[in-house]
Design a protein around this ligand. Sequence first.
Ligand code: LER
Ligand code: MN
Length: 272
Amino acid sequence: MKLAVTIVNQASSEAPFVLRGTYTESMKAAASIGYDAVELHLAHPNEVNLEEITLASQQYGIRVSSIGTGLSYLRDGITLTHTDEKLRRDAIERVKAYVHLAKELHCVVIIGLIKGIIKNSVSPDAYRQMLDESLKECIQVAEEAGVTLVLEAVNRYESDFLNSISDCISFIDTFQTDKLKIHIDTFHMNMEEDHIAANIVQAGKRIGHVHIADSNRQYPGKGHYNFTETLEALAKIGYEGALSVECLSRPTPIDAAEGAYRFLRNLANTVV
Ligand code: LER
Ligand code: MN
């Protein structure tokens, strides 16, 4: 399985991203540890220089697996369900811009925090209608670009919609496209799923991306999450995407990146 690590320019020490600093320096550091790919977290696609990323990718032999978009919400307050029509439109245009970048980098685009939450909407129905409309527009652009959007199942304390794999299955099936898939995260699954392996198998080919953190959100091996069970379920469904490490950067970013890599590489070698 391909291993990826999250990289971000700047984030608080409590944010669950691993390597911090310039994107190209982090690509170099990730490649030297052995990672196959990086996951870029950025508030706006214009924060990266495509030529520089492409060059670093060739130079260090590392790909981009995924683009995380949550920082656009955290920095600019835009969501796909915002009651302010201008901020909703801005979010749609932002996702389209991420899709254009993802097309060049051959990677997936994560839809997490940018979808917004019901609590900030007028009503659950209004929320759902706006999410449907906004996503349909994003999906059209994703289909044209051949890019996959991945919708993250996030635990109930952070989101009030799409907390579990089964929530995501029912939701994405209504769109009838293979360009909208489910994004699972071991940290969230640990809280929300009744049976992790069975639910992954149930989702099957709908799974498009995987975040990895241990039960305490530290790097894998530091808590009590059963990664063998998850990796075996992913092998069973023929998952071909990346396992992307999104965890606290403790005790240091490099320690977390190295510790996660050692643990996962070792496990992946025994499982697949
Ligand atoms: C949030 O907890 C999370 O897992 C992130 O991937 C959301 O962007
Ligand atoms: Mn995540």
